[in-house]
Design a protein around this ligand. Structure first.
Ligand code: 13P
Length: 252
């Protein structure tokens, strides 16, 4: 059985006190409402990480939203994987479309970031997804395949098994337009097929593939009912404790 995961990506929201309050609210709701073994992950800004990691227990873990590709050095303003691991975070989102779009992150750079993150025993939540133009030009399968091949298919099978993949169609992020469950399932099945061809069916069957893009408590049940959709990467709805935990509750 693949691990079911609902990860919240807070993006650049919430000051320190607001973040702690939201995390505590989420933890309390999880204690009372979640009866399954599904994993909740909160990916907060760096500012909150140490405090949240100290509070995280049971089926709630903490992750960062980015890490630098190099070990350390003269990179003013950057945060290393070693630093993230040292405060007790367990995951790092890599390759989010906002990082690709606004910070010029390429598949090649993300391959390096993935190696560095894994070296420090952090698990990457590796994001892939096509833009609207790419889907309209019918190149979405090629785009997804390149993101996989250039970003993470250099990994050994052992390392690859530590990766969580998130399919986030760029046109569905923060737009209120969700991919239909069938559209998402089609891509998730394609991703799993490519993993099976590169590694093995056993590796492919073990990889958790999340859907992200305007996911909310209303549409999550239909999305998560699909065979190859193992949970969600949640933006806006992760800023409301009730909504986030209701999405996690789909797996009860
Ligand atoms: P929204 O859920 O706000 O569309 O964001 C999705 C996302 O980018 C999660 O990483």
């Amino acid at each position: 059985m693949r691990q079911k995961i609902v990860a919240g990506n807070w993006k650049m929201n919430l000051d320190y006190a607001e973040g702690l309050a939201l995390f505590n609210e989420v933890s309390d709701l999880i204690k009372t409402d979640i009866t399954g073994v599904q994993q909740a992950i909160v990916c907060s800004p760096f500012i909150h990480l140490q405090s949240l990691a100290a509070l995280a227990k049971g089926n709630i873990a903490v992750g960062a939203q980015n890490a630098h590709q190099n070990e350390s050095g003269a990179y003013t303003g950057e945060i290393s994987a070693k630093m993230i691991a040292s405060v007790g975070a367990a995951y790092v989102i890599l390759g989010h479309s906002e990082r690709r779009q606004y910070f010029g992150e390429t598949n090649g750079l993300l391959a390096k970031k993935t190696d560095t993150v894994l070296k420090h025993n952090l698990k990457p939540i590796f994001c892939i997804g096509e833009t609207l133009q790419e889907r309209e030009a019918n190149t979405h399968f090629d785009v997804i395949k390149s993101q996989l091949v250039e970003g993470i298919f250099h990994l050994s099978a052992d390392d690859f098994a530590k990766v969580v993949i998130a399919y986030e169609p760029v046109w569905a992020i923060g737009t209120g337009v969700t991919a239909t469950a069938d559209q998402a399932q089609e891509i998730h099945a394609f991703i799993r097929k490519e993993i099976a061809a590169k590694y093995s069916q056993a590796v492919a069957d073990g990889i958790t593939i999340l859907y992200g893009g305007s996911c909310n408590p209303k549409n999550a049940p239909e999305l998560f009912a699909k065979e190859d959709i193992d949970g969600g990467l949640i933006g806006g709805a992760s800023l409301k404790a009730r909504d986030f935990v209701d999405i996690l509750k789909v797996f009860n």
